[in-house]
Design a binder for this molecule. Structure first.
Ligand SMILES: [Zn+2]
Length: 543
């Protein structure tokens, strides 16, 4: 006798039925909260009721077994996906964070993700197959035996079905049935991707808005400004900000060397936990969300360009939305990660040659945006293989995480994350050295470095990744350097928000136009801080 037959015989019909019902309820509760869970449970209930309904003819019994198995499997997978998204990103599948990520993900990124998560994926696939097999076996077991049902039993089932019909007739309920929800979700992702695929009209509008504001450069002479925009770097993991692991020795050395000319903003925050939303705010002076039409909004690159700056955008990202919304406003666009046939992840250091080429370009006014992958998951891919200085012995950081009860996998993630930041330190420091070396004679040079958002790697919860729900998702580094006079020492203690960064960049670019908000420029004496409203609880922004 085969094991599956044995299992089917050993499982009494009532127990098989109870197990299926319990699995459905668990999946629904894991995937939805409160009233929604009750509504979705009503949508799943007819499948279970069908199993209790007497069916005589063998052919119909087979049809029922297949349909009910598939239906229940759908609810189980739906619940598992939703629970996974909630635990990893505190987000539902139809949130803008998840929709944007899905629309923006390339096949290369999917391959990168799967290969870096191979053991976890194999486990998940194994569990999925086991779950589906058990579902099919349980459906068979639940319908075994004589097909009879008492009259009160039939009445009860018909009454319950009538109740479920309410759920199927109501559109807001029905929407959450996996068979309705996921096709609609796929459609939404495709529409978003299509909307991003050509934003030439939006960019033309931004250029018109910029020209209408007639921006000018206030100082004579050449000017070079480099903006280094990184990804997923939490300042709490930089020794420059007091972290005990030596993750940023090169930036720390530059800070000593340059003293007052290199400014470290101690209390810098992003106001968004994802790249797209963060960059939209940053380049629009805090005015635009990621999918707002251009309207009358300004874009820093459009303003700089219409004031006479030549603009470069060089990137290690392969990202349709960033490319369309920002990069293509530049004169020169270089996406080193989009070269066909490249199978391995490219490292941020590969952008340094591009940066130097731009810095020696004869244009008198230059703005160079360098978009790094930084410490974006998966951390191990953000540094040369085998280059982890923190994975040997247990140090103070590791001991602190053990005391906080964090599991081994999270401590290892932290080691990888810190090693990625240490590799990144060398790249960022080199961008500053290059900017300094190529600062124009008789003109001004400036450099700004910040991260689009932070990262949670066991800082407050047992999670590694983007984190809209905790402060670590928003704690970013922000550094500035410029030729000429030193920065005012008190500026370092001012709280800073990334969606206002363009006001400060406009200062470094020496731009002026009508309608400026100098009180949002952290370098301006009139700076007036306003605390942003974050999705995570933050008691104080000055620490
Ligand atoms: Zn990001």
């Amino acid at each position: 006798m085969s094991p599956s037959l044995l299992l089917r015989r050993a499982l009494p019909p009532w127990l098989a039925f109870a197990l299926l019902a319990a699995a459905c309820v668990t999946a629904v509760i894991l995937g939805h909260d409160g009233r929604r869970a009750a509504q979705v449970a009503m949508l799943a209930l007819p499948l279970l009721l069908w199993l209790r309904w007497p069916v005589e003819r063998p052919r119909w019994r087979r049809v029922r077994a297949v349909a009910v198995s598939a239906g229940i499997a759908l609810f189980l997978v739906d619940g598992a996906v939703r629970a996974w998204l909630a635990s990893q990103y505190q987000a539902t599948p139809d949130s803008s964070l998840v929709l944007a990520a899905a629309a923006n993900t390339t096949s290369r990124e999917i391959a990168e993700y799967l290969s870096s998560q191979a053991p976890a994926m194999a486990l998940a696939l194994g569990l999925l197959l086991a779950g589906l097999t058990l579902t099919v076996l349980a459906v068979h077991a639940a319908t075994r035996g004589s097909a009879t049902l008492s009259r009160p039993g039939r009445i009860a089932i018909v009454a319950l079905l009538a109740l479920c019909a309410v759920g199927y007739l109501s559109k807001p309920w029905r929407r959450h049935h996996p068979l309705v929800f996921w096709p609609a979700w796929t459609q939404e992702v495709a529409e978003l991707r299509h909307a991003w695929s050509d934003q030439q009209g939006q960019r033309d509008q931004l250029m018109r808005n910029a020209r209408a504001a007639s921006p000018t450069v206030t100082a004579a002479g050449p000017s070079t400004v480099v903006l280094v925009l990184t990804d997923s770097v939490n300042r709490d993991n930089m020794s420059l900000y007091g972290y005990t692991r030596s993750t940023t020795p090169q930036l720390a050395a530059l800070a000593r060397e340059e003293s007052g000319r290199l400014l470290t903003l101690r209390h810098a925050w992003s106001v968004e936990a994802g790249t797209l939303a963060s960059l939209s705010g940053l380049f629009s002076f805090g005015e635009r969300d990621e999918d707002d039409p251009a309207g009358r909004a300004q874009h820093l690159l459009a303003l700089a360009r219409s004031a006479g700056y030549k603009i470069w955008w060089m990137s290690n990202h392969d990202d349709v939305a960033v490319d369309q919304q920002h990069a293509r406003l530049a004169d020169e666009v270089e996406m080193i990660n989009r070269q066909p046939g490249r199978s391995s992840a490219s490292l941020d250091g590969e952008l340094l040659d591009c940066l130097e080429e731009a810095l020696v370009d004869p244009a008198p006014r230059k703005l160079v945006v360098v978009h790094l992958l930084g410490a974006h998951p998966h951390y191990r891919l953000r540094m040369p293989a085998g280059d982890n200085p923190f994975d040997d012995d247990s140090d103070a950081v590791d001991k602190g995480m053990i005391r906080a009860g964090h599991p081994l996998w999270l401590r290892e993630s932290r080691q990888d994350y810190d090693a990625a930041i240490r590799y990144h330190d060398g790249v960022v420091a080199e961008t500053l050295r290059l900017t300094r070396q190529h600062a124009p004679d008789g003109g001004r040079g400036a450099w700004m470095f910040l991260s689009d958002h932070g990262q949670e790697v066991g800082h407050s919860i047992a999670h590694a990744g983007h984190s809209p729900g905790t402060a670590a998702g928003y704690r970013i580094p922000t550094l500035m350097w410029r030729t000429g006079a030193a920065f005012d020492a008190t500026t370092a203690q001012r709280p800073f928000r990334a969606d206002w960064a363009a006001w400060t960049l406009a200062d470094l670019l020496q731009l002026r136009w009508t309608g400026m908000h100098d009180e949002r420029n952290v370098l301006d004496p009139r700076y007036a801080w306003e605390a942003p409203r974050l999705k995570a609880p933050v008691a104080r922004f000055d620490q």
